[in-house]
Write a new protein. Sequence first.
Length: 297
Amino acid sequence: VPTAWQRPYLNVFKHFRVEEWKRSAREGDVTTVTDARLKGTVYRIRGALPTSSYLQLPRTGTQSLGLVGRYLYLLFKPMPHKHFTVHLDVATEEKQVVRISFSTLFKEFKSTPTWLQFPFLCGAARGSAVDNLMARRDLMGAAPADVRWTCLVLDLQSILSLYLSRRYSHLKSVKLCSNLLVKNLCTSDLVFDPGVTFSEARQADLACRGVAPMPREMAFPVPRGKNWHDLYDYIRFPSEGSRLPYDSIRKSYPDPVAVSEDPVHQLSQPVMLTKAVRDRLSLIRQITTPKAVSAPW
């Protein structure tokens, strides 16, 4: 099988040796820094405009990554009080190239047969003053001061199916624009759950359901006695089991009284949202109805 080398997952930055900049490109203020929380090196992309600084894979537009994994994992942290943009070019089985973009700059979902634009709502850490406020329009915008490292899981197959009735073939390119800290990218056909340990996964035989613990080289550090979800954000888009398109990418919180203490049991439970989050989503749906957009640049 030609794509066997991408199984069970592909560490994109490692495979394409991003640090050598031979098969990737950078523009503007893109550098490596040490992150105190992750205790390791990450890429910092910052600039006044999204187009002024970016990290791009592959190096040129005439090349293709050719990555067939259904899920794209982006391990990143938006910069506080800043906006960011990410562009993904994907190919369909019908040989159509579709750009999937998400950004804190977008105020509403926009769609054409070749371009999907999703607003990204960073939100705030649970229990913070911002999180406790009623949903307001200004929650859409720049990242809050206490924005956290995030594992964003994009189901590329479902996105194309739900929004364009197209069949996913492969990922052609990725363009990460300012302002972001990025640890890594990963593609896989498996759903990685960072809150599940290897022993728990074996005990519950999660592999038969396509669920696996986060690979160690992709994982965020969790101090002894701490819980992953108390330190970081996990966003899966579209959410598991959704049948109708969502019009923004955002995190949601389980209701504490509705969630089991058993992390493996949680995987099969429906997510219950707190009133504050339900209010926020209600407002989002009112102000983010699909509108036409011009062809991508």
